[in-house]
Design a protein around this ligand. Structure first.
Ligand SMILES: Cc1ncc(COP(=O)(O)O)c(C=O)c1O
Length: 440
C-alpha cells in the first residue's frame, strides 16, 4: 500500500535540524523524489541540485547501482553485531577506501556521520599519545570558522559562535588557530596567494602550553560550511611541518572534501600533504545511507596494537560501525565514482565552473567569489543590521526559480554533484545571477 507521504497533514512533531522551524512550517519546501541532477518538489517542479544535497550526493541521485546494492544487502544480511563479530562487506569497503586514499593511510574506523568521525578522531588522537607513554598530550587545536559537526568535541574545536555559545563550557583544553579568510584574497581563483604565515600561530600556541601537552590539530583542508574558505598557498604544508616538528598529530576533516569534490579522491592528495588522520562521511555513501569513517596511518593504528591479544585495543565504537547496508552502499558508491570517472570529471570541469562563477563578479551585492574543484562561493554584502537575510532571501528565490543553493551567513555556497553538465552549470549560475539582480 502506498503511504501518503507526499502531503503530510501535520508538520508539528518533527523538530527539524539547523532549520528555521516556524518559518519553514508556514511555507514548507518539500522534496518528494530525486534523480541524477534534479529533485522533484511536492508541487511537481524540477529543482536543479546545486549543492549535492548537503555536499554529499557526489554521484547524483537515485543511481541504480547504489539502489540495487542496498536492496540486495538488505535482503541478504541486514545487520551483524559490530563488536567482536564481523562481516565481509565492511572489510571489503575498508580495502576499497584504502585503495583510493593517499599513500601512507592504511586503516579505516567506521562511524555513522561526519560528527562521529570527528569525535572518533579526537579520541584516537588523545588515546594514541597515551598508548605511547605521552599521556600529557591532551590539548586539541582547532581553527576559527572551522566546522567539525555538532557533537561536543566537534563544537569545541570548531569555530562557529552560534554552534558553541548555547552549549555551556564545551571541552576544556582547546585552542584555535586564526582562520585563513583574508580580505586581500577576494576574488581569488583557486588557492589564494596570501596567508600561509597564519599557520605560524601554531608555534605561538606551542610556546604558550608546551608541545608535550598538545595531542592534535584538526582543520578542514578547505573549510566548506563557513563559506568555502580556501587554504592559502603553502599554508597546509606549514601546518604539517610544525605539527611534525612538535610530535602533534594533524587531522584533516575531509567530510566535504573527500570523495572527489576537489578533483582528487581526497584533499590530502590534491594539496599533497599527508595528515595522520582523515575524517570522512557524506560522499563515502553518496549521502544515501549514513556512514562515516576515520582513516589513519599505520603509525597511529599500530600504537594501539600492543598488550594481551584478547584485550580490546580501543574502547570506542558504534552499534552501526560498518553496518552491512551502509558498507554495501559505500562499495557501490566507490564503484560508481570509478566507473564514471567522476573525480577526473570534477577536475576537468573545474575551469568551466570557475569561469561561470566568476562571471558573477560585478553583479549587485557580490563582494567576493572563490572556488576550487567543483565547489564555489559567492559572498554578498549583508543588509546592515540584518545579517544572513539577503543570502537567505536569495536561497528562497533560487528555489522558486528551480535551483538549490546553500547559504551560510551572507555567503552562497554551491557544490553540485560531480555529474553536472556544462549546460547545467550555465543554468545554475545564470539563474543565480537573475536572483542576485532581483534582490533589494
Ligand atoms: C568538515 C565537516 N565535518 C563534519 C561535519 C559533520 O557531518 P555530519 O553532519 O554528517 O555529522 C560536516 C558537515 O557538514 C563537515 O562539513
Amino acid at each position: 500500500m502506498a503511504l501518503a507521504r507526499n502531503a503530510p497533514n501535520d508538520l508539528d512533531a518533527f523538530w527539524m535540524p539547523f532549520t528555521a522551524n516556524r518559518q519553514f512550517k508556514k511555507n514548507p519546501r518539500m522534496f518528494v523524489a530525486a534523480r541524477d541532477m534534479h529533485y522533484t518538489t511536492a508541487d511537481g517542479r524540477q529543482v536543479l541540485d546545486g549543492t549535492a544535497g548537503l555536499w554529499c550526493c557526489n554521484a547524483g541521485h537515485c543511481r541504480p547501482k547504489i539502489t540495487e546494492a542496498i536492496q540486495k544487502q538488505a535482503a541478504e544480511l541486514d545487520y551483524a553485531p559490530a563488536f567482536q563479530m564481523g562481516h565481509p562487506v565492511a572489510f571489503e569497503l575498508a580495502n576499497r577506501i584504502i585503495d583510493i586514499a593517499p599513500k601512507g593511510i592504511e586503516h579505516v574506523f567506521y562511524t555513522n556521520s561526519g560528527s562521529e568521525s570527528v569525535e572518533t578522531a579526537l579520541k584516537i588522537a588523545i588515546a594514541y599519545h597515551r598508548a605511547r607513554g605521552e599521556g600529557t598530550r591532551t590539548r586539541l587545536i582547532g581553527r576559527e570558522r572551522g566546522y567539525h559537526g555538532v557533537n561536543f568535541g566537534g563544537i569545541s574545536v570548531g569555530g562557529i559562535v552560534n554552534n558553541r555559545k548555547f552549549f555551556g563550557s564545551l571541552l576544556t583544553g582547546v585552542d584555535h588557530l586564526p582562520h585563513t579568510h583574508l580580505a586581500e584574497n577576494a576574488f581569488s581563483k583557486g588557492q589564494p596567494e596570501h596567508g600561509a604565515t597564519l599557520a605560524d600561530d601554531l608555534e605561538r600556541i606551542v610556546a604558550l602550553h608546551g608541545a608535550e601537552t598538545i595531542a592534535a590539530v584538526i582543520v578542514e583542508p578547505m573549510a566548506g560550511s563557513t563559506g568555502v574558505l580556501l587554504p592559502p598557498k603553502g599554508y597546509l604544508e606549514k601546518l604539517r611541518a610544525i605539527t611534525r616538528k612538535h610530535g602533534i598529530l594533524l587531522i584533516f576533516d575531509e567530510v566535504i572534501t573527500g570523495f572527489g569534490r576537489l578533483g582528487s579522491a581526497f584533499a590530502a592528495q590534491h594539496f599533497d600533504v599527508l595528515p595522520d588522520m582523515m575524517t570522512t562521511a557524506k560522499g563515502l555513501t553518496n549521502g544515501v545511507i549514513p556512514m562515516g569513517a576515520v582513516l589513519t596511518t599505520a603509525a597511529v593504528h599500530d600504537a594501539f596494537m600492543q598488550g594481551p591479544e584478547h584485550m580490546i585495543e580501543l574502547f570506542h565504537g558504534y552499534t552501526y560501525s560498518g553496518n552491512p547496508i551502509a558498507a554495501a552502499c559505500g562499495i557501490a558508491t566507490l564503484e560508481t565514482y570509478k566507473e564514471e570517472g567522476l573525480f577526473e570529471r570534477a577536475c576537468e570541469l573545474e575551469g568551466y565552473w570557475q569561469d561561470a562563477l566568476h562571471s558573477l563578479k560585478g553583479t549587485r551585492h557580490v563582494i567576493d567569489i572563490r572556488n576550487m574543484g567543483l565547489i564555489g562561493a559567492v559572498e554578498l554584502e549583508g543588509i546592515p543590521g540584518e545579517p544572513t537575510r539577503r543570502a537567505f532571501t536569495a536561497f528562497l528565490k533560487a528555489y522558486e526559480k528551480g535551483i538549490l543553493i546553500r547559504t551560510t551567513g551572507d555567503i552562497i555556497a554551491m557544490s553540485p554533484p560531480l555529474i553536472i553538465s556544462k549546460a547545467q552549470i550555465d543554468q545554475l549560475i545564470g539563474t543565480l545571477g537573475e536572483v542576485l539582480r532581483s534582490l533589494d
